[in-house]
Design a protein around this ligand. Structure first.
Ligand code: GLA
Ligand code: GLA
Length: 691
């Protein structure tokens, strides 16, 4: 299959961006420090800074009174060192005068409590006043800096998230619903299963957003509310960028996405697959808790890779690492410093998966307030001699050698499908195991097999084109519309391999179950139907026998009624012992697989290895290594850039067959060598064949 190796430059920079959030507005009375910043930035081998993220009070200290002079100076100083500015709009936090004069900008929470001024990321996303004020300040920023030679990109607001339940938002929600249901209240009642608990609405004005003190059990309402929150956030964003698009149409726009951090899964609260369509560049803030005491470094690295591959696949182009910490964060229970070497390794992993930057929160540690001990490039000692600063400088020096990697892609033959809406609906579902659904983690478990085997994976969303993949894996796709079912069917009919699991295909886009058993098209494609889902206690033991091996089952077992499918594995215990647990079915030119139980990693390794062999899926380059080493590749038209990364605490033996050039040392490398703990090597290979 031909895959696209063309480069995609998402910004005008043809070098790797290195830098981060710079908050000079915290230091305006210290010109000595601002001068030191510029010197230190060069010593740290940095080149790009996100400025103005929370600077509204410095830019507009009184309503209509503006102060841009300090920002002019910052722009000029950064430009003076040949640096670039990613200019932020300040809507992530607002000045006190605004909340005081216009209380409508304050958010109201689900319990209908109006929040006080303070904190950040807490505006009402419907407020006309807040929308007008953000547009005004954004226009002034675009007018003043739109033609500045240092301006590289727009950073709209900061980490959009949260929701507001004020009267304006209720009104907007009702209007959104009227539009969605074509002004037909019966259609809404039908979609929301209105007669349940007498929840039929007889007037639009009766509808309220979900609330802990009111309605929260109507799944159709919950799902529509979450969709509305995404749409209203995008609508707020679209309002912000009106003057920016008008005045600077050639400057790309991003906003920084997040992840949910304890277990490191994709951010749950907004449907980024929708948001991505409004952005020129995807960027995200990655804060993996390295060296934690609940998982191996390799397992955590795998999860980072998963999110990278999801966010990269949203636009099928390189993304940016917008924030990371050079050392510790300040918001875990235990804030551990990155061990020596981890900063370079973690940074290069982001690049390996498609980032064209390594950026930090933040450049200089604050002196006061809650982030004064959050890791930063420049510590309170103002020194370029401490360990953290030196490791940052090393990342900078390394990135300077990687300019050719900028814009390169990661073509993949395997895709895993991630769906925000399905996850929302699944989490709402009262049933199965309430604590064990763990949809994102389940996808990460499937991803893990490919990560271990160095086979590139796209993590795609449902509206994307499936046709270029040989293998599509859709674990726990609980909510699936008839439209998606039809697209999956076409994919298989045309020769694709499709893997589905337990708890898939149960409800439609309104979170209403399919009637008459599993959807007939799914039954036809899979040659079977799931008839019962059993939930297991942690102490329950069951196994699936597959290829003469016994694999442990946890949490879920689907009882399957076979039609034309072939049994590949069987349950060993319980009332469904000796019935099918894993099935396969040839459907038109393709083939489907259904995995009925939640099985251990060893099963996935065995199961997917067969598919890997059959489909001749291969790593881009052959590198022999032990578990915990990851090899990821970015591909240019003529070159492969190979990142070999040791995510273990031991030395690791590596064997390569090709002759590869080390991009950092320029040395040629072949045969056997050793990677030290947390070491990364970046190698280049001229490509003489098209995959
Ligand atoms: C109670 C209620 C029913 C139903 C069941 C569910 O018995 O009376 O309406 O909700 O719980 O178990
Ligand atoms: C987020 C925010 C930053 C900062 C960091 C701290 O990513 O965007 O402003 O608070 O968290 O980790």
């Amino acid at each position: 299959m031909m895959k696209n190796h063309e480069k995609t430059y998402t910004t005008k920079a043809n070098f790797m961006l290195h830098g981060g959030d710079y908050n000079p507005d915290q230091w305006l009375d210290r010109p000595d420090i601002l001068a030191d910043d510029i010197k230190l930035m060069q010593l740290a081998h940095t080149n790009t800074f996100s400025v103005g993220i929370f600077a509204w009070a410095a830019l507009e200290p009184e309503e209509g009174v503006y102060n841009f002079e300090w920002l002019d100076e910052i722009f000029n100083n950064i430009h003076g060192m040949d640096g670039r500015v990613i200019l932020a709009t300040p809507s992530g936090a607002r000045p006190a005068w605004m909340s005081q004069k216009y209380p409508e900008v304050l958010r109201v929470n689900g319990a209908r409590v109006k929040q006080l001024h303070g904190g950040r990321h807490n505006h009402c996303f419907t407020s006309e006043v807040y929308r007008e004020k953000t547009q005004k300040i954004n226009r002034l920023l675009a007018e003043r800096y739109g033609n500045h030679p240092a301006l590289l990109m727009w950073h709209i607001s900061n980490e959009y998230g949260g929701e507001c339940h004020c009267e304006k938002c209720q009104h907007a929600f009702r209007s959104w619903l009227k539009e969605k249901y074509d002004n037909d209240l019966k259609a809404l009642n039908d979609a929301w299963w209105g007669p349940f608990w007498s929840h039929t609405f007889t007037d639009w004005s009766q509808i309220e957003s979900p609330s802990p003190i009111g309605e929260n059990m109507v799944h159709g309402l919950n799902l529509d509310w979450r969709r509305f929150v995404t749409d209203q956030t995008i609508s707020f964003f679209e309002n912000e960028i009106v003057p920016i698009k008008e005045l600077t149409p050639d400057i790309p726009i991003t906003t920084n996405f997040m992840a949910d951090t304890h277990e490191l899964i994709p951010f749950q609260a907004l449907d980024y697959s929708k948001f991505a369509k409004h952005l020129d560049v995807i960027s995200w803030d990655a804060y993996p808790a390295w060296h934690n005491d609940w998982e191996s470094t390799a397992d955590l690295a795998m999860k980072v890779g998963f999110i990278d591959d999801l966010y990269r696949s949203l636009k099928q182009q390189p993304f940016l690492l917008m924030e990371s910490t050079p050392s510790a964060v300040n918001w875990h229970t235990v804030n551990k410093a990155k061990r020596p070497g981890m900063h370079l390794l973690a940074s290069m992993q982001m690049v390996a998966h498609g980032s064209d930057s390594v950026m930090y929160f933040q450049w200089r540690k604050s002196r006061g307030s809650s982030e004064k001990f959050h890791g930063a490039v420049v510590d309170h000692d103002n020194s370029s001699e401490n360990r953290v600063f030196k490791e940052v400088a090393l990342v900078g020096q390394t990135l300077e050698k990687l300019s050719d990697v900028v814009g390169t892609n990661r073509p993949a033959d395997v895709a895993i499908l991630y769906d925000w809406e399905s996850n929302w609906a699944l989490n709402d579902a009262q049933g199965f195991g309430l604590e064990t659904k763990r949809y994102p983690q389940t996808l990460q478990q499937h991803y893990k097999t490919f990560w271990e085997k160095d086979i590139p994976v796209d993590v795609i969303t449902k509206e994307q084109d499936f046709s270029s993949y040989k293998l599509l894996i859709v674990p726990m796709l609980y909510l699936v519309s008839e439209e998606t079912i039809a697209r999956l069917k076409t994919f298989v009919a045309n020769g694709g391999r499709l893997v589905m699991t337990y708890i898939s295909g149960l409800v439609n886009e309104h979170d209403l179950t399919y009637l008459g058993g599993w959807h007939k098209d799914l039954q036809e494609m899979f040659g079977m139907k799931p008839v019962e889902t059993d939930t297991l206690y942690p102490s329950d033991k069951n196994y699936v026998s597959y290829r003469n091996q016994s694999y442990e089952l946890k949490d879920y077992a689907t009882v399957i009624e076979l039609a034309a499918a072939k049994t590949e594995g069987q349950y060993e215990q319980d009332f469904y012992a000796n019935t099918p647990a894993v099935t396969s079915h040839e459907y038109e030119k393709g083939k489907t697989y259904y995995i009925g139980g939640r099985l251990e990693d060893a099963f996935h390794r065995e199961f997917y290895q067969e598919l890997i062999n059959e489909l001749a899926l291969q790593p881009v380059v052959s590198v022999k290594h032990e578990m915990g080493v990851s090899v990821q590749v970015r591909q240019a038209p003529e070159q492969d850039y190979i990142f070999i990364m040791n995510f273990t605490e031991e030395k690791q033996p590596i064997v390569i067959e090709d002759h590869l050039k080390d991009l950092v040392t320029s040395a040629e490398l072949t045969g056997e060598f050793t990677l030290e703990k947390y070491e990364v090597r970046i190698l280049e290979k001229a490509r003489n064949h098209t995959r």
